[in-house]
Design a protein around this ligand. Sequence first.
Ligand code: ADP
Ligand code: MG
Length: 244
Amino acid sequence: MTELIVKKLNKRFGGLHVLKDVSFEIKGAELVGLIGPNGAGKTTLTNVLDGAIQPNSGTVYLNHHRIDQMQPFEVAKVGLGRTFQVTRSFRRMTVLENLYVPAQALGTKLSKAEIHDKSMEVLEFLTMDHLRNEYAQALSGGQQKLLELGRLLMLNPEVIILDEPFAGVHPKLMKIIYKYIERVNQSGSAIILISHQMDSIFSLCNRLLVLNYGDLIADGPPDDVKNDPHVIEAYLGIDEEEAE
Ligand SMILES: Nc1ncnc2c1ncn2[C@@H]1O[C@H](COP(=O)(O)OP(=O)(O)O)[C@@H](O)[C@H]1O
Ligand SMILES: [Mg+2]
C-alpha cells in the first residue's frame, strides 16, 4: 500500500517562511484536496515533494524511500509525479513524442511498441488521438494541461500531485480531467488535488488539507473542514473569484 509520510517540513525563501513544520501522511489511494489562499505555500509544498526544491528541514518518505534530498527524476522513479500550474510540455515535439519521453527517460521495461500502444490508449482516453502528430506548441492551454496529465499516466505513479488542473480550462475539458482523476484514483494511485474550485474539491475529495501561509491549519473529512472556524476565517470566507 502507498505510504507518503511528510514530517515537519520547513522551507524558507530568504526571510519568508513558506512552509512551517508541515506534517501529514497519506496511506493508500486517498484523494486529498490541498486548499488555501494564494501564496499559502501549496506549489512550494509540491516542489519540495517532487524534488524540484529541497526543504530547509524535515523529511519525506515515500514507501520507505527517503525522497526529500532526491532530484525530480529520482522521485519520479520512486513513484511520485506532479503537474505544473503553468504547463511544461516539450513544445517542439509532437503530442505522441511528448508521451514517449517520460517512459523512455525513466528506463521502463516496456518495448517501443508497448510504449506506443500505451501512448495511443492514453490519448484516446484524453480524446486527443486526432492531435497525436501536432506539435505541442500548437495546442490550446487546456489541451496542454491534458497532455501533461497524459504524460503522468505513462508512468503510473503511486502518488500524483495536480497543481490547479482546472484553472483556465474549458468546461468540456474539465469533464475529462474529472474522469482522469477518478480513473487514476480507482487504479490505486493516491492523489493530491490543488484547486480553488470548491465544487470540484468537495465532489472529488474524501479528505482536505488546508494550508494558510505555511501552516497546515486543518486535515480531515471535507464536511469537518468546511465547518472549521479557523478555515472559514482564513480561506472559505472569501469568495471564489477573489481566490482565483
Ligand atoms: N522561488 C521562490 N523564491 C522566493 N519566494 C518564493 C519562491 N517560490 C515561492 N515563493 C513565495 O512563497 C510563497 C508561497 O508561494 P506558493 O507556494 O506559490 O503559494 P501557492 O501555490 O499556495 O499560491 C509566496 O509568497 C511566494 O511569493
Ligand atoms: Mg500555486
